[in-house]
Design a protein around this ligand. Structure first.
Ligand code: MTE
Ligand code: HPA
Ligand code: MOS
Length: 770
């Protein structure tokens, strides 16, 4: 089935936050954010801004009636800076004016003086000073200290991965509208309406039942709106609460890039030990997570780094520790993979290090250690593994031998162009790592004309969850998809929602929908059985007709719905789903946190221009485990999109903060995301065919995040090509491998002579924020 949004998307008719028709009297907000990364506020003067043309009010922390606090996991984040600023881009004041232009113009009249304090941008420096968000956390299994004795080869190293800008097409924003008796309705571009509702409740002091959060869809979230939509919604609601007027704020791209957090950069130390048979005997890893200035979701993200630190390999003796380090950057946040990619990248660096020292391919080590069914991961969960199935299928289906031969032949024939190949097997756990969050609800109404309205907590952000929920309802009720409408997501209809995240949205909300529809179906069947004078057990509904056994009855869907209504039987149902079997003991750091795991293997081929340092991704060919895919077309889109986003993170996307904590890559002119010219020339996706069962909705496995991690393969394919050009070279693991960095690695002596890394680029100036 095609994505139900395809038609309005392609016609430009889909409604996003900024498309909502505005109510007369709507005011517009703009945020004054800190130009300094750290310091004590000496003096803040908003009077000139307040008397600026069109300005209705300027709000500071003093105007907050509730608490000045939006921290979700830890209460360490002020909505508006009170006495200190902690990062460049931290909200300090909010201007509300009659037009957007007037609000933005008034920002320039705000005077802020800050007594600077030392700025930390490096997580290792922060850790050295004891600047941690939460105490460090460790997972372990086996005996990592003793196991080194049993290793034939031991290697150590360091790996760095950088941040990543979400670059959702729709920027952050909110629109708050006052109702009677002080209630507020908030439209928000958020993955988590309940988080928005909770944040506003804290800031305004209003109980949650007075706050209605409504979301039709997002123009992308990618994790960036799991927690960080709260700020803008809380600011608008605060203003509405005070002014009793509708207030809207849709961020400009540069405001969004400057003020919001990104994927966490990590700096990590690893030590890996192997046997002669290439079995990984021991792995010890320490991660320094750059959390930014407040916790945000960092404690949950560091946890997922631990869960995924051995990727898809069985490692009998493993120890992993994460330090979540407080720095003076915008609070870093969820981003597709949620700390998993950062953990997996280091494991792949460790394997590459061993392979390069041993003079073998990384694939030889990867293959020798793939998880098998029954193997235990370092957090105690035993896996039902498809790792080998995906790997073997990829190797045979895409003829890896042939690919390798062609690459060798090419490399022999070309001096200044080299190709590289890398395999990237993945394993990703599905469920929120916080067990509590694995719950959802659905409210299904059948109207007397036979049409069906489904409400859930799921947010549609382009990933196709609404289409999946239509499929679930249609299949369960035995009716056509066209009869079903998915309602916007609204906290007054579905309460206490978990964010649409962790790739689990369709599973959680889909199962809740299935349960509600099944209850309704049973009621309808009971009415049908009585009307047809047969036992309930023989009734089915297929293609909108009532069947008795195999024979079609005279009753159709609409007649049955009407009959059910006439008998005063409810045509509405609210159902609850909680993923069964999940548990995790944080004292032991052991348990069964995931409903299941998703597997896959990608084979990446690249060509590097060894004169210029540029590269092209020739092909990514992969086998992906989608279980029994309920929508291969949507799954394909998710695999392709995730892959390209992962390639971007590993190659061209470079978040740059200077030593003062100012974002240098603050616009699309200085931050490069993959475009149509830089995506792989060939992407081939094959879904694994398997008889293995899984508890995903309709046996279809979650697909949102895992494919991003195939992108890691591109990093190593480029590295391998570089090593064909300069045999024996082992540059530092420092992702992303931008063309500039690759050029330096191709010609390190020349680069050192020119002292390229030290040079300031003359004339480079920050673009003014508009
Ligand atoms: N796909 C699109 N088009 N837009 C998005 O914002 N977010 C990703 C992924 N795919 C995203 C996306 C992230 S971070 C997650 S967690 C999942 O979708 C969330 O949706 P799901 O749980 O329905 O897979
Ligand atoms: N994944 C994504 N988002 C989350 C998680 C998770 O495991 N936990 C809390 N938010
Ligand atoms: Mo996705 S990072 O779990 O929103």
């Amino acid at each position: 089935m095609k994505n139900i949004d395809a038609y309005t998307h392609t016609r430009g008719e889909s409604i996003y936050l900024d498309d909502i028709p505005e109510i007369a009297g709507t005011l517009y907000a703009a945020c004054f954010d800190s130009p300094l990364a750290h310091g004590n506020i000496k003096y803040l003067d908003t009077s000139a801004a307040a008397s600026s043309e069109g300005v209705v009010r300027v709000l500071t922390f003093r105007d907050i009636p509730g608490i000045n606090q939006i921290g979700g996991i830890i209460a360490d984040e002020e909505l508006l800076a009170a006495h200190q600023v902690h990062f460049c881009g931290m909200p300090v004041a909010l201007v509300i004016a009659t037009t957007v232009q007037q609000a933005r113009a008034a920002l320039k009249k705000i005077r802020l003086e800050v007594d600077p304090l030392p700025v930390i941008t490096d997580p290792r420096v922060a850790a050295g000073k004891g600047e941690l968000i939460v105490p460090p956390r460790s997972f372990s299994m086996g005996d990592c200290s003793a196991a080194w004795r049993d290793c034939d080869f031991i290697y150590e190293g360091q790996a760095n991965s950088n941040g990543q800008e979400h670059l959702y097409i729709e920027t952050q924003g909110a629109y708050a509208i006052p109702g009677e008796n002080g209630v507020i309705k908030i439209y928000s571009s958020t993955q988590s309406p309940t988080a928005v509702q909770r944040a506003i409740s804290k800031v305004t002091g209003l109980p949650m039942h007075m706050l209605e959060v409504e979301v039709t869809r997002l123009g992308g979230g990618f994790g960036g709106k799991e927690d960080q939509a709260n700020t803008w919604a809380a600011l608008c609601a605060l203003a509405t609460n005070i002014l009793k007027r509708p207030v809207k704020y849709a961020l400009s791209r540069m405001e969004d890039m400057r003020m919001t957090g990104k994927r966490h950069p990590y700096s990590s130390d690893f030590k890996i030990g192997l046997s002669k048979a290439l079995k990984i005997i021991a792995y010890d890893v320490t991660f320094y997570q750059n959390a930014g200035a407040a916790a945000d979701l960092s404690p949950a993200i560091m946890e997922r780094t631990l869960f995924h630190c051995t990727n898809t390999y069985f490692v009998p003796n493993a120890r992993a520790t994460v330090y979540s380090c407080r720095t003076n950057l915008p609070p870093n946040t969820a981003f597709r993979g949620f700390g998993g990619p950062q953990g997996m990248f280091v494991m792949e660096c460790a394997i590459a290090t061993a392979a390069e020292h041993l003079g073998i391919t990384a694939a030889a080590i990867q293959h020798a250690n793939l998880l098998q069914t029954g193997d235990e991961l370092l957090y105690g969960q035993k896996v039902l593994s498809e790792a080998s199935a995906c790997w073997e299928k990829a190797v045979t289906h895409y003829q890896l031998d042939q690919i390798n031969k062609e690459v060798s032949a090419f490399n022999n024939q070309h001096r200044l162009q080299k190709k590289g190949v890398a395999l990237m097997p993945i394993c990703f756990g599905i469920s929120f790592t916080n067990t509590t969050m694995n719950q959802a609800r659905a409210l299904v109404h059948i109207y007397t004309d036979g049409s069906v309205l489904v409400n859930t907590g799921a947010i549609e952000m382009g990933q196709g969850v609404n289409t999946r929920i239509v499929q679930v309802a249609a299949q369960t009720l035995g009716i056509l998809p066209g009869r079903i409408k998915i309602n916007s997501t609204n906290t007054s209809r579905i309460a206490n929602t978990s964010p649409s995240a962790a790739s689990a949205t369709a599973d959680l909300n889909g199962h809740a929908t299935r349960i509600a529809c099944n209850t309704l179906l049973n009621r309808l069947k009971t009415v049908a059985a009585a009307a047809l004078n047969v036992e309930v057990e023989v009734i089915t509904i297929r293609e909108e007709r009532v069947y008795v056994g195999d024979s079609m009855s005279l009753l159709d869907w609409t007649q049955l719905v009407l009959a059910t209504y006439n008998q005063r039987v409810s045509l509405s149902e609210h159902a609850h789903y909680a993923t069964p079997g999940l548990h995790f003991n944080k004292a032991l750091e052991k348990g069964h946190p995931f409903a299941y795991h998703v597997f896959g293997t990608a084979i990446t081929t690249v060509t590097v221009d060894c004169l210029r340092g540029t590269y092209e991704v020739d092909a990514v060919r992969l086998v992906h485990d989608a279980g029994n895919s309920m929508n291969p077309l949507i799954d394909l889109g998710q695999v392709e999109g995730g892959l390209v986003q992962g390639i971007g993170w590993m190659t061209m996307e470079e978040v740059v903060y200077d030593a003062e904590g100012k974002l240098r890559s603050n616009a699309l002119s200085t931050y490069k995301v993959p475009d149509i010219y830089s995506v792989p020339k060939i992407i081939e996706v094959k879904f694994l065919e398997t008889a293995q069962d899984n508890p995903g909705i309709l046996r279809s496995k979650a697909v949102g995040e895992p494919p991003l991690m195939y992108g890691i393969g591109t990093y190593f394919a480029i590295r391998n090509a570089l090593r064909h050009f300069k045999p024996g070279t082992r540059p530092a693991f420092d992702a992303p491998m931008t063309p500039e960095k690759l050029l330096i690695n191709l010609y390190p002596e020349e680069a050192a002579a020119l002292d390229i890394r030290q040079q300031e680029i003359p004339g480079l100036q920050m673009l003014p924020a508009t």
